[in-house]
Design a binder for this molecule. Structure first.
Ligand code: HAM
Length: 496
């Protein structure tokens, strides 16, 4: 018998249903509006990108790239060698295996190995045997395939994609800086919990090109705060920091000092932090482990070890924020978990989210475009966690968006139905949401449905109304009724 087990959305991935989707739409609409007032335009990039893009941009050693990406090879193991040959040949024709001189050689090696295996086994079908000889040759064939093929990943974030697109489309030739924003799903295989999902949604913005004037940092932060204000999100906290740059007199010097200090207290730290002393000591500052807090509090602050240029930049960013009336808190421990940041970093936390309370993270990343093969380019941006933003709005009681209808047409009789269809058309054309029941209902039943759908008005249309040429409009909140001609009806609804 067929398996009739029900399907469920996979772990960490969710459906969004009405009425909640109306809130998502409102949030996204507000982003379009607010970002538009700051001169930003939207960009849409693919959800799937080359794995290497994220490895290089976000960093090989980061949690995101080393543990959390959904990645797969363009060519996967196949049930039979014949099928593998088909897939590899198609991938080569289709560009999933780059047509480079090295890959042409590898393809020749691949074809030879397959052929010799076929003839040794006495035909293609015989290759399915698990004879150790055959297995060794198969492993070798897969190694060649792996060397030449590409890996793809579902994007864990979009800054890398936007930079790739900036380079690919020569956007440095447009008026600079390019001010871009995006919204859409991102994927990270993290442990799901409240506010943390495997498919989650970001609304982000990036400023690429031009100069690195601190006014740009401040304006980007002002924009995201304006957006939150517009949504009336309460209890926000903006933290800022500067993590300097990669020059010898700046962050690397501080990182060495930090490492030395951490080595002195190593025995009092947990296993993760102990490991990070050598791999990435800055990340120790991120630690939430209770037992480490007193130790971390005594560590040297990066702000005291920045080079002069970074120090000046940071001071100017703070001044520019004050000029814009943006209230911030300096947080010397804010280092962020992606490799591309330099100088300004910031994070915004909101209420009602428990431990996953960061609703926005961002910072400056001059040099990232160059790292990805483009020209030297300044860059700064942020991404808002839309799922968390929605949770926080709901927690603050701002999550209800009216879903009801403006007008429910309660019709009875054949003539009334013809009039009802026409009326629905002109009211919808005028922008009202209208429910037109497809089959005749008794007036009592129709009014009951109208209330259930949270309609503001019921438009009563019986054959009487039609022959006399007027409409009866019932206000459902108080039960009052008024009579209108068609133009009067429209005028009344538009004014109400
Ligand atoms: P991020 O800090 O990794 O930065 O993510 C930004 C925001 O996305 C977080 O503050 C959080 O609200 C949300 N977020 C991250 N992971 C999850 C998850 N698993 N579930 C729900 N929400 C999540 C970036 O992604 C950078 N690209 C931001 C940026 C843009 N920096 C410069 N430009």
């Amino acid at each position: 018998m067929a398996n009739k087990a029900k399907f469920q959305a996979i772990r960490g991935m969710r459906d969004f249903l009405p009425p909640e989707t109306a809130l998502w739409n409102r949030v996204e609409q507000t982003a379009h509006e607010v970002f538009g007032t700051f001169g930003f335009a939207d960009i849409r990039t693919p959800i799937l990108e080359a794995t290497d893009l994220f490895a290089r941009a976000v960093g090989d050693e980061t949690d995101i790239v080393s543990k959390e990406m959904y990645s797969f090879p363009a060519v996967r193991p196949q049930k039979s060698l014949e099928e593998l040959v088909g897939v590899v040949e198609r991938a080569f024709q289709g560009g999933e295996i780059d047509n480079t001189p090295e890959n042409q050689l590898r393809m020749a090696q691949f074809r030879n190995s397959v052929e010799s295996l076929f003839s040794a086994a006495g035909g293609a079908t015989a290759v399915v045997t698990s004879a150790p000889e055959t297995q060794i040759r198969l492993v070798e064939i897969y190694r060649v395939v792996d060397e030449m093929q590409r890996y793809f990943s579902l994007r864990p974030e979009a800054t890398a994609s936007v930079c790739r697109a900036y380079i690919e489309h020569n956007m440095q030739q447009l008026p600079q800086p390019a001010k871009l924003y995006y919204m859409g799903p991102m994927f990270r295989r993290e442990r799901p919990q409240k506010g943390r999902y495997r498919q989650f949604y970001q609304i982000g913005a990036e400023v690429l090109g031009g100069n690195d004037a601190p006014a740009i940092d401040a304006e980007v932060i002002e924009m995201v705060m304006t957006f939150f204000d517009k949504l009336e999100l309460p209890g926000l906290q903006l933290d800022i920091n500067s993590i300097g740059h990669n020059g010898p007199e700046c962050r690397p010097k501080y990182v060495e000092l930090l490492r030395e200090e951490l080595r002195k207290v190593k025995d009092h730290l947990g296993a993760d932090s102990q490991r990070r002393i050598e791999t990435n000591p800055l990340r120790v500052l991120d630690s939430k482990l209770e037992s480490e807090q007193a130790i971390i509090a005594k560590l040297p602050h990066i702000a005291d070890h920045l080079c002069d240029a970074c120090k000046t930049h940071y001071a100017e960013v703070k001044k520019q924020l004050q000029l814009r009336g943006v209230i911030y808190r300096e947080n010397w421990r804010l280092v962020r978990g992606l490799d591309y940041y330099m100088r300004t970093t910031f994070e915004i936390t909101a209420k009602g989210l428990g431990s996953q309370n960061a609703v926005c993270g961002g910072g400056r990343y001059d040099g990232l475009v160059e790292l990805l093969g483009g020209p030297p380019t300044k860059g700064i941006g942020f991404a808002i966690g839309e799922d968390r933003l929605i949770l926080s709005l709901q927690d603050a009681g701002k999550g209800v968006v009216r879903q009801g209808r403006d007008v429910y047409i309660a019709w009875m009789g054949e003539h009334a139905y013809t009039a009802a269809v026409r009326t629905a058309k002109f009211l919808r054309h005028a922008g009202f949401s209208v429910e037109l029941p497809p089959t005749e209902l008794k007036f009592g039943k129709a009014l009951e449905r109208a209330s259930k759908l949270d309609s503001r008005y019921a438009l009563i249309l019986g054959d009487n109304e039609v022959s006399e040429g007027f409409y009866t409009l019932k206000t459902l909140a108080d039960g009052t009724q008024q009579k209108f001609t068609e133009p009067e009806l429209l005028e009344f609804l538009q004014a109400s």
